[in-house]
Design a protein around this ligand. Structure first.
Ligand code: NAD
Length: 472
């Protein structure tokens, strides 16, 4: 397998291709491309056995054209300055493309999560958060971390609690971190948001007959065969929502190996099985591969849609020629190297880029941040009012027509939207309109979606700088 290319360089290669479509001065393009700041912290951890170990962490602020900056936190043994910088840049373009008013950031702590006890993890996360507070690198108007690989509601709750304990009565302090548990100011729908967004994005991509015909596919998700790499937060939820809309999850790839079944897996059953300590390799399947190096196993299996939802740079020039999928839906950040992207384009594979497809997470994080700033649950003011208004409309129709509706109709229609309905509707609107903007640009310039989406994003960031009078 070829060596991992520098990740930030890969993102910048995409940037340069897209910038060539735009008539923007070189100065503004250079400003957008650079990373504004990267913080590297190191601190000692006393392990449960008394040994002391030095822990390294990073936080990158790629673009502060809008504040706060926003981006996930990950715990991985591969964490590096290059990785957080590249991921922070992707966040800038992602937020701009789907109209989330944040700059891009990303953070990471270099640890293999499974090697630490829960108490050790808590100490690591709290100390990292404290280091960010000391540098004014976290806060609802400064930088708002969220979940990413290896970081779920528990780690976010530790970050939020540490920030709250140091914030001295700041009224919107809960908005310093997103992805919190509901009881700590989280929002309904955040956990599954990225996977649900992947589903909305792919549903849009396959919805037009004219776009599917060149791939030899019919329009719609029904019956589409899907292979997913990474069955964590993003992969599992994407699989679940895709299957609920008729797609067949034929292949699942995880650390321990990969399993393929032509008649499809139940996402929920596989997820439960693994949660209980089971492996993909003991599932009933047509084909299995034991875990190989860096998740390459199974990526070339026959399918209509391949969704990498684990690591970056897993599709490279050595395996890109063998990818059989007709559509590549990038659930993970940066799963495809620039060389591999070129090969896939030449081969006519439709690539739905990460900067659009996994934007559901930051979209719902934005909703959570708004909720924390306004200190009120979405729907609290309107839900009952809407339900009563709908009830009155149904009664008026009954009076006008002389016909009575049954209780079932009232139960279905005389309701108001609750927080989850509003969040999911806002997410769907964001993904549909983001896809539309990217597709229109791709038609205008007769180019691929990645280049088009990046061009839309760069144009918006440039406008933000120009409107502030920084550049002509
Ligand atoms: P996660 O930790 O919940 O899941 C990642 C999964 O990938 C795990 O189940 C892990 O075992 C698996 N994995 C790790 N190495 C693998 C390998 N070599 N082969 C196959 N599987 C492997 O992380 P996540 O939050 O689902 O993030 C996955 C990707 O999605 C990352 O690139 C992340 O940056 C991106 N993303 C996540 C979010 C979010 O809201 N969580 C938002 C946007 C983008």
């Amino acid at each position: 397998m070829s060596e991992r290319p520098k990740f930030f360089e890969q993102v910048n290669r995409h940037f340069d291709r897209a910038a060539a479509l735009l008539d923007l001065p070189r100065g503004i393009l250079s400003q957008i491309k650079e990373c504004n700041a990267v913080y590297h912290v190191s601190f000692p951890l006393r392990r449960d056995d008394g040994e002391v170990e030095v822990i390294h962490g990073w936080r990158a602020h790629h673009s502060q054209h809008r504040l706060p900056v926003k981006g996930g936190m990950r715990l991985t043994k591969h964490a590096s300055e290059d990785e957080v910088t590249a991921l922070a840049a992707l966040m800038t373009y992602k937020c701009a493309l789907v109209d989330i008013p944040f700059g891009g950031a990303k953070g990471a702590i270099r640890i293999e999560k499974d090697d630490y006890s829960e108490r050790e993890l808590e100490r690591i996360i709290r100390r990292y958060t404290y280091e960010l507070v000391r540098r004014n690198c976290i806060g609802p108007g400064v930088d708002v971390p969220g979940p990413d690989m290896g970081v779920g509601a528990q780690e976010i709750a530790w970050m939020s609690d540490t920030y709250l304990s140091l914030s001295q009565g700041e009224v919107s302090a809960q908005g310093a971190v997103t992805g919190k548990p509901l009881s700590q100011g989280g929002v309904r729908g955040r956990v599954e948001a990225t996977g649900r967004g992947v589903y909305f994005g792919l549903r849009e991509a396959v919805s037009r007959k004219a776009d599917m015909e060149p791939l030899g596919l019919s329009a719609g998700l029904d019956g589409k065969r899907v292979v997913i790499q990474g069955f964590g937060n993003v992969g599992y939820h994407a699989a679940k929502f895709m299957a609920e809309d008729g797609a067949v999850i034929v292949g699942i790839l995880e650390r321990e190996g990969a399993a393929y079944r032509a008649d499809g897996f139940s996402a929920d059953e596989v997820y439960r099985h693994r949660e209980e300590g089971g492996s993909l390799l003991d599932l009933d399947a047509d084909e299995k591969i034991e875990g190989g190096k860096e998740g390459a196993h199974g990526l070339t299996w026959d399918c209509d849609i391949l969704i990498p939802a684990a690591l970056e740079s897993v599709i490279r020039k050595d395996n890109a020629p063998d990818i059989q999928a007709k559509i590549l839906g990038e659930g993970a950040n940066g799963p495809t190297t620039a060389d591999a992207d070129e090969i896939l384009r030449e081969r006519g594979v439709l690539v739905i880029p990460d900067m659009f497809l996994n934007a559901g997470g930051v979209t719902v994080s934005y909703f959570e941040w708004i909720k924390n700033l306004s200190n009120i649950r979405f729907g609290r003011m309107e839900q009952r009012f809407e339900a009563m208004a709908n009830h009155r409309i149904l009664r008026a129709v009954e009076e006008l027509t002389g016909q009575s509706f049954n209780d079932g109709i009232f139960e279905k229609l005389a309701v108001g939207a609750d927080e989850e309905d509003l969040v999911n509707s806002g997410l769907e609107e964001t993904m549909v309109s983001g896809y539309e903007q990217m597709r229109e640009m791709s038609i205008l310039h007769d180019t691929d979606l990645r280049r088009a989406g990046m061009a839309v994003a760069i144009g918006k960031v440039a406008r933000a700088y120009q409107e502030r009078g920084i550049f002509p």
